[in-house]
Design a protein around this ligand. Sequence first.
Ligand SMILES: Cc1cc2nc3c(=O)[nH]c(=O)nc-3n(C[C@H](O)[C@H](O)[C@H](O)COP(=O)(O)O)c2cc1C
Length: 412
Amino acid sequence: MRISLLPRRLHHQRQLSTLSFMDSLSTQGPTPPAQEEDLDDLLCSSGPTTLEEREANKVCTLGQPNGYLSGEARIERAWAHWKKLGQPKLVVAPMVDCSELPFRMLCRKYGAQAAYTPMLHSRIFSETEKYRSTEFTTCQEDRPLFVQFCANDPDVLLEAARRVEPFCDYVDINLGCPQRIARRGNYGAFLMEKLPLVKSLVENLAQNLEVPVSCKIRIFPNLQDTINYAKMLEEAGCSLLAVHGRTRDQKDQKKIRADWSMIREVTNAVRIPVLANGNIRHMDDVHSCLAATGAEGVLSADALLENPALFAGFRTPEWVEEGDESCKDSQLDQADLLVEYLKLCEKYPVPWRIVRAHVHKMLGEWFRVQPQVREELNAQSRLTFEFLYGLVDQLRQLGVKIPLYLKDSPTT
Ligand SMILES: Cc1cc2nc3c(=O)[nH]c(=O)nc-3n(C[C@H](O)[C@H](O)[C@H](O)COP(=O)(O)O)c2cc1C
């Protein structure tokens, strides 16, 4: 069986259905008149469309199940795999509508050593070709890659996972989403109330996939519950655990600091590699977090959206102390990064809504200086690359300049 992961030109129809946590994607029917389309759901460019172009990108065939290893052998396999990947320390966290291929490639250029896809809905993914081809795109350089799914049915999850395993290094299960949509859909952090189901999700993948299974969790308020949870996941066959050091109820990430000490306890309690998540805003945080948690690596989400060059040591002015002579203007800024991102979007098309979200994140501070430029962007129902490159030029002509800084130290 062959699957194509390369995006095609979309002919979207507005679809009012329950699928819509990532905005609905229509699969049927004729192309509607332009005014009825959600223009932000259209792909930003057409990308490779002919068979030859797709084959040049090496469409792969699906792998076969590997059988199940138990106990010690599984732990050894987990570490061997992790080492084979080069033990990536700096990882782009999964972000719905934000950790898509062009953004991952930009972060990789600036120091990220691995990346997660956005969370994909396992049922929709296994049922809908259009969803697969627009929401999951990748390329040969996009490795190591963790493909994340939300799920509540082991067989549906396995079916979805089988489609992506040739293209990734881990199939990840989202056990941490705290949003209302996850409560309604019965997935993410709401499975913390249904641990037998979680166990069967992990076991079914571990027993049947070639590629290892990873899980991303939130902590319980109680340390022992968190440790028991992590050990259960390890026992079920999880090969890598990312721990977000906040509970399901701690949704305000700006206000509530992640609990690195609880992550340390998990690292001590399990034998598989652990990644720490929460409060990584610049490279000093990376070093402190690794020291505090003993984790193999860190994930960063929110701060990377503003500054995709974070892992290469660049920092926004917010993280430069007044009078700190060791921080110098790097001559790179967020507008430069946005231009690089847009070029990647021309190469690897994604829906415009995703591009729009990144423009707001990367240029948020710039728009605060010149709010009318943001208004012009908001008034634009149909985006084009020409418009967006023009927007960057306009900000520069208006004299906005917010540098990214580099610290004078070997560890940046
Ligand atoms: C825009 C956005 C989308 C997110 N989507 C996902 C997701 O798809 N899957 C997931 O496990 N976590 C998701 N998260 C949570 C992050 O992966 C991460 O756990 C959380 O933001 C804490 O990391 P931070 O302190 O570096 O932001 C998302 C976060 C943001 C900001």
